[in-house]
Design a protein. Structure first.
Length: 128
């Protein structure tokens, strides 16, 4: 059994990573000398499987890092928006309190054009 290092085609065809059997020792020797195949051992196969797994996990890790970075940016943006909303709410509240105090003060002051209602209904007070 041989492990294919580089894909090749001819009398025999195989792709990289494939494990093949070559009965003709001369062809196998020529392909090994050219670097296309190597004797397949369990250690080499395990090593190749580990390399593939590392590549897959590295890609997954990169994707997750990118997703994390995007989420961190989104969180920062949301924090900024929340801060702006809090500031706007505070300004509205302060304006509202100020307006309410002004209107309350206006309502507390008697209107100079209004007559005192208590004098109109009191018979002891003579009309001028």
């Amino acid at each position: 059994m041989y492990l294919v290092n580089k894909g090749f085609s001819g009398i025999i065809s195989a792709h990289k990573g494939q494990v093949i059997e070559i009965k003709d020792k001369k062809i196998a020797e020529d392909l090994m000398n050219a670097g296309y195949i190597q004797v397949n051992s369990e250690k080499i196969q395990n090593l190749n499987e580990a390399k593939k797994q590392i590549e897959t996990l590295t890609k997954e890790s990169d994707v997750l890092k990118n997703q994390k970075d995007e989420l961190v940016k989104e969180i920062d943006l949301l924090k900024e928006q929340l801060s702006n909303i809090d500031l706007a709410n505070k300004e509205v509240k302060e304006t509202s309190e100020s307006t309410n105090l002004d209107s309350t003060n206006e309502n507390l002051e008697p209107d100079k054009n209004d007559k005192d209602d208590s004098q109109e209904n009191d018979p002891s007070v003579s009309a001028e």
